[in-house]
Design a protein around this ligand. Sequence first.
Ligand code: ACO
Length: 500
Amino acid sequence: MVARDDATGTPDPVEKGFATLNTLRIGVKAMVEKDGEYRKAELLSMRTRGDVPYFYVHYVDFNKRLDEWIPASRIDLSQEVEWPAPEKPDKKKASGGQKAPGKNQKRARTESRDVSATPDLLTGKNTNVSKAPRPAKAGGKENRVDGTPHPLPEGASASDTPKQASEDVEMMDVSFTDAKAEGEEMKTMTREEEIEKLRTSGSMTQNPTEIHRVRNLTRLQMGKYEMEPWYFSPYPESFQDAELIYIDEFCLSYFDNRRAFERHRKKCTLVHPPGNEIYRDDHISFFEVDGRRQRTWCRNLCLLSKLFLDHKTLYYDVDPFLFYCMCTRDETGCHLVGYFSKEKDSAEGYNLACILTLPQYQRRGYGRLLIQFSYELSKREGKQGSPEKPLSDLGLLSYRQYWREVLLDILLEPGRESVSESELAQLTAMTDKDVHETLLVLNLLRYHRGNWVIVLPDHIVEQHRKRQEKEKQKGVRKIDPSKLQWKPPVFTAASRTWNW
Ligand code: ACO
């Protein structure tokens, strides 16, 4: 029996056989009942609750957000299971005289396979999301634009001023107190050492073992919503035993007990993301938050968003990023709906690093607004941009939909005679590559006498018209570029990265 090795894609022999409850172990793949059907699933973790064994399973070929704890009764032991492959010796470590490889190594590899499980269908590339800051280009006096033209809700603190850099420290909560106490020591560390310390010290463990693959929080409460996390996020280890985690919806601090949370709420004065409000229409606002100035807030945001982003690996090194946070407003403050991060200086020309709509707001058109906003910023910058790869499954669906709509909107504009691919890219701030590949996916390109020609079949025109009609009736919201009060910020080398 030969199957493909999950991590490398090369064929590997798989040992099969019958298992009993006692012989089941981590790494075994068995048939598991899911919604009335049996599906192959890998056992990732085991625990007992009141003498009853439970298994944390990942359904093969399904997104990790469907992973779950199941009782043994859902495992079909009348069918053969696949035993995990014996571990291979690690040549590198053997020659380097280091510790012998263990499960962790294999797991770490599998984790990165999971990262690329959603291939970037457009580019075929699988780059990683995390990145080290690059040396900055010369010059560049910091020239931040304060674009807060509107009054903010009562109690709002002045935004993005030098004072706020020190307020950032005030905002530090339980999880970062260790790091704060050791601030002096950290100042003498290199950036890499400091990140490593944050990763491994105290309870903020980011352990590359199986725990990383197991969702660690059960439920969250944020504002008036309760949410179920989809993936692991390196919140304090002790949080995994709490039934409900409380997230302050404004400062994003986190608590595993209600009393501590309520005490904090009485003191916390933040009522909007700690940055400049750069966009406001009747419905939403956007705040620009600098990862370096608001390090704790942005780290808290990354921890929160990791719960819903499988391949996101950025938690601590937020300095090189700006965070564009979309909120709805009411008399109590500005409530975070979603955000995207953007590198202050992207060598690859990315105009968006990570995007998230909080689950309670998904499928209501907010993702589209976030994407449109990222392109409006690119237009102001006079640049063409693209989201960082790889995209998640939902990211790809959302981008495909957005690209399709904006290109068809232009192609079907009344009075438009003809338009080239590069003109489409200029008009939309999309890259030439994204335009070309979207047109290919839509099957709108024909190769004619050495040139690509855009052809609009009737059924596409018809579909688009129907969609526009529906949107008109529903009153679908779009970003109004005239309400964007923003100039591209210019950063010094120091302000792009950590500068203890
Ligand atoms: N199933 C099918 N289609 C979907 C789904 C879904 N679950 N979600 C979005 N889409 C598609 C649809 O075509 C939809 O348009 P339609 O509703 O008119 O058909 C379109 O995307 C846009 O939907 P929105 O409602 O505007 O998007 P939403 O607010 O749900 O946000 C987002 C999309 C941000 C991707 C959200 O699903 C999310 O936060 N997911 C978790 C995090 C994530 O995967 N982020 C992307 C990572 S890639 C990167 O960061 C570069």
